[in-house]
Design a protein around this ligand. Structure first.
Ligand code: PGA
Length: 256
């Protein structure tokens, strides 16, 4: 179902077990929209519970280490995520790039480690406000795509839909300032060109998601935009009501 809209909630460092009630409600909402692929990336502490309880959605991690195991205190590996029920992992989120100094080469290695462990992967890219104001947005993002995506050899045998790119302009994340639809369309087109250069015909199986202040009000316009294959949603994924509205905005018919 790689052409289905892919709506992914990123809970970031939010959520104790009390938030599992929201996840159950999100699961029920997702079950009503079989034409939408819905997923949640909770903190590591909730991955297993969520995977056990929410069968209609994919469950993923927000990061993984490049090694499968070893002396890396505090880190979690891709096989560990897979072992507790995760089916994908987000890598290269701008908060990790900034807070943990992650560069494109590390993000690429993490993406390849995830694939090696059988996980799908969402690779995040996006420019800062300074870079956009300097007219460098497309160049910056293109370079991130070129250098952060897993190598063609790593994805050659994967079914469509296992690799996604999330375009998340840093200035739109958690700010309430959403990118203009025309700018999103232009950037997704540029990203698609880079993916095609890297993957050739395999590029057709890669969805490009938009992320950055997606909410119940703006989701329909963003998700209907050319080249937008889904959304990576932060704040609005923490409550079932707003996240369900985004799932509904993906434009497929509900079942009752
Ligand atoms: P936001 O976060 O929806 O709260 O802006 C998006 C993200 O960082 O993935």
């Amino acid at each position: 179902m790689s052409s289905a809209p892919y709506i992914v909630g990123n809970w970031k460092m939010n959520g104790t077990r009390a938030l599992l009630a929201e996840a159950r409600a999100i699961n029920r909402a997702a079950a009503r929209y079989p034409g939408v692929q819905v997923a949640l990336a909770p903190p590591f502490t909730l991955v297993q519970s969520l995977a056990d309880e929410a069968q209609a959605i994919g469950v993923g991690g927000q990061d993984c280490h490049v090694q499968p195991k070893g002396a890396h205190t505090g880190d979690i590996s891709a096989p560990m995520l897979a072992d507790c029920g995760a089916s994908f992992v987000i890598v290269g989120h701008s908060e990790r790039r900034k807070d943990h100094g992650e560069d494109d080469a590390l993000v690429k290695a993490k993406a390849e480690a995830a694939i090696e462990a059988g996980l799908g992967v969402i690779v995040c890219v996006g420019e800062t406000l300074e870079e956009r104001d300097a007219g460098q947005a497309e160049a910056v993002v293109s370079q991130q795509v070129d250098n952060s995506l897993p190598a063609l050899e790593a994805i050659a045998d994967l079914p469509a839909g296992k690799v996604s790119v999330a375009y998340e302009p840093v200035w739109a994340i958690g700010t309430g300032r959403v990118a203009e639809v025309a700018d999103v369309v232009a950037m997704h087109k540029a990203i698609r060109t880079r993916i095609e250069a890297a993957y050739g015909e395999k590029a057709a199986g890669v969805r490009i998601l938009y992320g950055g202040s997606v909410n119940a009000e703006n989701a329909a316009a963003l998700l209907a935009a050319e080249g937008v294959g889904g959304a990576l949603v932060g704040g609005a994924s923490l409550a079932a009501e707003s996240f369900a509205a985004i799932i509904a905005a993906a434009g497929t018919e509900p079942v009752d």
